[in-house]
Design a protein around this ligand. Structure first.
Ligand code: DOR
Ligand code: ZN
Ligand code: ZN
Length: 459
């Protein structure tokens, strides 16, 4: 302590101090919500970082001093969502997104943990960058931002990055990916998977055989042919999916497939899982909801890698997610500047925003269609992703004593998506102007509300 100040108390503790501390303790009460959208409405009390009490609606005190009440009648309570695939663009492209703005988007979207891909500038292929991402995320404090490390130096696919150093440094890198690029050299991929096995980390593959996608900008089908766009065939994805599943089998390790986009990938995953191969996969909201008929207008906002496929692929992906053949949803949130999107389709940068619209797109494609109930949504957007990447404090059951990482969702509310109103720096949502069901009312990270009714609460 510096300078003169009040005398430090001596002797026995003053009970008045204790009482004061007690009375100003901040607690949060979520009233009238339904756990996983099931059963009778309950009140959920959060004290400190954990769920302290769950009781029938209307029975827990609302007027305690220091208590914030979140009126949540009609809502569904889920464990905080976990996005294992997002692009936050920091360092390097802070004009399109930052860890701060991306965290705000995540909080508004119901997320309590996200994994930030390594294709930043500089590339996150070393612990200086991955630790920066981790520390900056903690400083912002809206969502746990876990850095993804690159598999190869500079994402060049030639030389392995120092995975071990990244795995053991402050950011504790749990997932490695060259996303944006495929680790296409089978020998490099084999070595990476062997190292990953030893380190107990996950390799997430952007499955794209680059020799089959030279110049490709759209799904290789009748639409691309008619529109005169260079086609990206399904085999470019599927050939890598099967190769990596076989590598996982032979090495006796696991591999994760990013953004599965074809019906064929679903069948290969089904086969691999039936063989006991430890392969997991994610699907994006946009591949579940949209198809390549959107390309009609040549609007660059619909350019994405892998490309939007045919309606039959989207149907197969929805079914696969419901069945568990595709394990989870991941956004592949990919912000881009206006000038990178408002140009000739073939020149537009691939990628779409996803964090703030994900729950709504899943509500529309999976819940409204009857393919999943909200417990199923908890599984594919929180529990499974947390399990796949090995996060012990996320995707936990909604029970007393568990960490209060929570998402409060109004399943009946609808809203109209408008790019400029999203928290992201960029506006490139493919859902612009669309009315979607399911609004995130509140998100809590370790007991602290990070977003309430769209208002982001920085610490
Ligand atoms: O559409 C995409 N955008 N796919 C990727 O793999 C990379 C991402 C990006 O970084 O913009
Ligand atoms: Zn990718
Ligand atoms: Zn990506």
């Amino acid at each position: 302590m510096t300078g003169p100040g009040p005398q430090a108390p001596t002797g026995a503790p003053n009970p008045a101090d204790d009482q004061k501390k007690e009375s100003t303790r901040v607690t949060v009460l979520i009233t009238g919500t339904r756990l996983y959208g099931e059963g009778d409405p309950v009140d959920v009390l959060i004290d400190g970082e954990v769920i302290a009490e769950i009781a029938p609606a209307g029975t827990l005190g609302r007027d305690e001093p220091g208590r914030e009440v979140i009126e949540a009648a009609g809502t569904v309570l889920l464990p905080g969502l976990v996005d294992i695939h997002t692009h936050l663009r920091e360092p390097g492209r802070e004009d399109t997104e930052t860890i701060d703005s991306g965290s705000a988007a995540a909080a508004r979207g119901g997320y309590t943990a996200v994994f930030a891909m390594a294709n930043t500038d500089p590339v996150a292929d070393n612990a200086v960058v991955t630790d920066h991402v981790w520390h900056r995320g903690q400083e912002v404090g809206l969502v746990d931002v876990h850095p993804v490390g690159a598999v190869t130096k500079g994402l060049k696919g030639a030389e392995l990055a120092e995975m071990g150093v990244m795995a053991s440094s402050a950011g504790r890198v749990k997932v490695f990916s060259d996303d944006g690029h495929c680790v296409d050299d089978p020998l490099i991929m084999k070595r990476a998977m062997e190292y990953a096995k030893g380190l107990g980390v996950l390799i997430a593959q952007h499955a794209e055989e680059p020799r089959l996608t030279v110049g490709a900008v759209a799904h290789d089908g009748p639409n691309a042919a008619r529109l005169g766009l260079a086609g990206w065939p399904r085999v470019a994805e599927e050939s890598i999916v099967v190769r990596d599943a076989l590598l996982a089998r032979d090495i006796g390790t696991r591999v994760h497939i990013c953004h599965a986009s074809t019906a064929g990938t679903v069948e290969l995953l089904r086969w691999a899982k039936s063989q006991g191969i430890d392969v997991t996969a994610e699907v994006t909201p946009h591949h579940l909801m949209l198809d390549d008929s959107r390309l009609e207008t040549y609007d660059g906002v619909f350019r994405v890698n892998p490309p939007l496929r045919e309606a039959s692929d989207a149907v197969a992906l929805r079914q696969a997610l419901a069945e568990g053949i595709v394990d989870c949803v991941a956004t592949d949130h990919a912000p881009h500047a206006d000038q990178e999107k408002s140009c000739e389709f073939a020149l537009a940068r691939p990628g779409m925003l996803g964090l703030e619209t994900a729950v709504s797109v899943i509500a529309e494609t999976m819940v409204s269609s009857g393919l999943l109930d909200w417990r199923g949504v908890a599984k594919v957007m929180s529990e499974r992703p947390a399990e796949i990447v090995g996060l012990a404090d996320q995707g936990r059951p909604l029970e007393v004593g568990e960490p209060a990482n929570l998402a409060v969702i109004d399943p009946d509310a609808t809203w109209t998506v408008a790019g400029p109103e999203l928290a992201s720096v960029s506006d490139n949502t493919p859902f612009e102007g669309l009315e979607l069901p399911g609004r995130v009312r509140a998100t809590l990270l370790r007991g602290r509300p990070t977003s309430v009714d769209g208002e982001v609460r920085h610490r």
